[in-house]
Every structure is written in C-alpha cells, then in structure tokens.
Design a protein around this ligand. Structure first.
Ligand SMILES: [Zn+2]
Length: 324
C-alpha cells in the first residue's frame, strides 16, 4: 500500500447520482474505487482512455484505468507501456501519458495478448518506440489479429471508427519465454508461461515494486474468459498453480480492479475447483449441458460478486472437451 492517503469514497444515491464521501483509504484502494466508478457510471468501460488520470500502483508502476487498464512502468532511463488501448487514437493517449511520467528518453511497448484493445494502438506510438512481445503472441497476432479487428469493428460504430485503418507494427524484439528490460533503477521481466486466455498471454513482473501486471491471466473476481480455441482452461489452471509459488504485493489486471497478491490464489481456487468439479461430473456420466447448469448454480451461490458467471456452462463444455 502506498503511503499517500487520500480521502474518497463513492456511493450511488437512490437517484442514481454519484455521491462522494470522504474516508481514510490508501492509494491502491483509490485506484480500485476509481475503476469501479468508471465501470459503474458507464455500464461498460469507456472505449477511449482517460487523459491525465493515471493512478499510482506502486513506486515505479502507474495505471491508466480503462479498456483495458494500461500499465506504465517508469525507470530513470526508460519507460515501458504495457498494452495500447483500442486503435491508434488510444495508443497516442497511452504514449502521451507515458511521456508525461517518463524520466528517461527511451520508450518500450509490450502487449499482454494480441486482442484489439491490447495491441491495435501500436500505430499511435512514436516511431522510435521499441516493441517487444513473446514469439507465441507474435505468431498468433499475425494469424488472428486482423480477424479480431474485423470482429470488434462490427460491434459498434465507435469501435469501427477507432479501429479504422489499423496496421500492426513489426516488433523490434521477440522472445521465447522471458526477457528483462532494465529501465534504470527498476527492471521489468516480461514472461510467457503458455496458453491461457490466448496462446500468447504475457505477464510483467516489476520485481523492485513486487508488482505483477497480469493481463487476462489473473483478474479480480472475473470467471475465465475463453474466447476461442486458442484459449485453454487446463493450461490456464497449470499456470495459476505455478504463479501461486511466487508472491507479489500488488497485482494489476487488465480488465478488473487492482488488488494484492491474494488475487492469484483467489483465481486459482475458482479455476481449479471449477475444473475439478467439471471432471467429477463428467466421470459420473453427466451430460455437459446438465453439468454446466449444476456448476453455474453452485458457483453463483459461492461467488455471487464475480463477473462473467454466465460463461460457466460454456466453460464446462470446454473442460469436457479438453479432458477426453
Ligand atoms: Zn483478450
């Protein structure tokens, strides 16, 4: 928790208006509150990243809370941006925010996975930005990146406008499993552990701050998002099981509020129990549809405040298919 104390709490009045009340909480809690406020106020996150509202997660790490949460890691010599926002206009916002916080001249960019809100803002970054990502993610981006751009563009006029003319840039650096960028006074370890939400999910460890920038791999109370056959529940559970062996004080997910290291264990418990319950029901001979109904009901009772619970029937089908 950062030392800076800020007085803020937010409550919705019966008239649906936001009411701000002052209480004593730390900076991490403020970041979480602002995230909740942005999402609650709009029903869904705004597609354009907010300017001049980067919040501090830890000594060297800042976050632009939006779609997605964009992390900015600031060293004495170089700055690293993690994820771009949707399309070049958002990428330019993320780059500007990074430049406002930067202490040194060099700018690095990496992406937690290839989906449009994470990677299509590359074009808005200055030409000398050094782009780095895992080989598995780069391959996936080349194979499926434009397909997702088209899919997102068909969702709304605003998405279409933000994604107009998107072209992916060639990365300056690709790596197999991990690489460390020395930013000056702090370093960022970019690492890939295998298939989870996508084949190329990347996480970033800022060891000096005990901060994990977790992409989609670790979220704050969000059921697994398995968008297509490049996702794997089985491999995701294995990754969470390995992450449990490491400890962080701060975790910044890309689509939910930041939290502490307990987010890893919280996700592991949800994911691994969902998988093992699915396998039990399969062994018992339940049809996948029925198993999905049973586990949806069970998890709604046990995790009432989690998002995406209605995806559980599809996740259960996936668990059946991945374990023939
Ligand atoms: Zn995604």
């Amino acid at each position: 928790m950062c030392g800076k104390l800020i007085l803020l709490s937010v409550a919705m009045t019966s008239h649906g208006k936001f009411h701000l009340r002052m209480v004593l909480i730390g900076a991490a809690a403020v970041t979480a509150t602002l995230f909740a406020l942005r999402v609650a106020a709009q029903g869904s996150p705004q597609l354009v990243l907010p300017e001049d509202q980067a919040t501090r997660v830890s000594d060297h790490v800042y976050a632009i809370m939006g779609f997605p949460n964009v992390a900015i890691v600031v060293g004495e010599r170089a700055t690293l941006v993690v994820d771009t926002g949707l399309g070049p206009r958002n990428g330019a916002i993320a780059a500007r925010e990074a430049q406002k916080l930067a202490k040194g001249p060099m700018l690095y960019l990496t992406t937690t996975h290839y989906h449009p809100e994470h990677a299509t803002g590359e074009g808005g970054f200055p030409p000398n930005t050094i782009i780095a990502r895992p080989v598995a993610q780069q391959k996936e981006l080349e194979e499926r990146g434009m397909r997702f751009v088209e899919m997102f563009s068909s969702r709304s006029a605003q998405m279409k406008e933000l994604l107009a003319g998107v072209k992916f840039r060639a990365p300056g650096i690709t790596f197999e499993k991990e690489m460390t960028i020395d930013l000056g006074g702090a370093s960022a370890r970019l690492f890939w552990m295998g298939q989870a939400h996508t084949k190329g999910d990347e996480l970033v460890d800022v060891e000096a701050d005990s901060t994990l920038i977790s992409g989609d791999v670790v979220q704050n109370k969000v059921a697994p998002n398995l968008p297509d056959d490049n996702a794997s529940m089985k491999s995701w559970v294995e990754i969470l099981s390995k992450l449990r062996g490491m400890t962080w004080q701060h975790v910044l997910p890309d689509h939910s509020a930041p939290g502490d290291g307990s987010l890893v264990e919280q996700d592991y418990q949800f994911f691994s129990v969902l998988q093992s319950r699915g396998l039990e029901l399969k062994k018992r001979g339940e049809f996948p549809d029925h198993a999905g109904e049973i586990l949806f009901a069970e998890f709604k009772m046990k995790y009432p405040d989690w998002q995406r619970l209605n995806a559980i029937p599809d996740i259960v089908k996936r668990i059946y298919a991945e374990n023939p």
